[in-house]
Design a protein around this ligand. Structure first.
Ligand SMILES: Cc1cc2nc3c(=O)[nH]c(=O)nc-3n(C[C@H](O)[C@H](O)[C@H](O)COP(=O)(O)O)c2cc1C
Length: 216
């Protein structure tokens, strides 16, 4: 975000203002708010099929940046010998063909996207019996202060209540106002947010690299 000290509370206040505005405009903004620009979500596979453990990297994203993080994780796992599918959570049906799972989500308004939490809930029985890692992509509360650590823990508390992952990481994400819905762009502008890409590809790759003994 433009101002990293901006809290989740300010996000909620900003979104409350936008929602109030949309009500005043008799729902017109609601229609605009649901319109998303076209986004190319990552859908990728790598690694040889034979004699390999198969890893699913499943991600939830609104504007696409979490998919690119998922892709980098998948590429590193493949470079280390795994066979990997990187998929949007919405695309994943059956998970029985996979031996290990990496599940990630962008943060919106202090939470994982609902489809990511639903995925963990629906497939909890399988995920509990296989190596499973979580990653979270976000823009606030990135430092090592106690307040930021507590905020990050709060982001994932609902999903941890379902399942404790064997490994977990939080990564700085990306804001691209041109890829947001009208409503999200309004919220971001009220927050004085600007386009910014804070993704640290070395940190993402390093985390993925140490997953392999557990993940594949
Ligand atoms: C409307 C909106 C709300 C957001 N809320 C939060 C938040 O509560 N905490 C946070 O750390 N980041 C927040 N972010 C930042 C996103 O998590 C970050 O930009 C992420 O990279 C977006 O991932 P995506 O491109 O896959 O959708 C928010 C972004 C938007 C546009």
């Amino acid at each position: 975000m433009g101002n990293p000290s901006v809290s989740r509370r300010r996000f909620l206040v900003a979104s409350g203002g936008v929602l109030a505005a949309s009500t005043l405009m008799c729902g017109g903004v609601t229609v605009l708010g649901s319109q998303m620009p076209t986004i190319e979500y990552v859908h990728a596979s790598c690694g040889k099929e034979q004699n390999m453990n198969k890893v699913l990297v499943a991600y939830a994203s609104k504007c696409g940046s979490t998919g690119e993080v998922a892709q980098a994780i998948g590429q590193e796992l493949c470079a280390r010998g795994a066979s990997v599918d990187v998929r949007r959570i919405e695309e994943v049906g059956d998970v029985t063909g996979y031996d290990a799972f990496v599940v990630g989500s962008a943060i919106r308004m202090g939470s994982w996207l609902p489809q990511a939490k639903n995925f963990v809930e629906i497939h909890a029985a399988r995920l509990r019996t296989a190596p499973t890692a979580f990653f979270t992509v976000h823009m606030l509360n990135l430092d090592d202060s106690e307040a930021s650590k507590a905020a990050r823990a709060a982001y994932v508390a609902p999903v941890h209540a379902i399942l404790e992952p064997q490994s977990e990481a939080f990564f700085a994400g990306k804001l691209d106002l041109s890829k947001m819905s009208f409503l999200d762009r309004m919220i971001s502008r009220m927050m004085k947010a600007r386009d910014e890409d804070k993704r640290d590809w070395n940190a993402i790759t390093a985390w993925a690299g140490q997953l392999l003994p557990e993940a594949a």
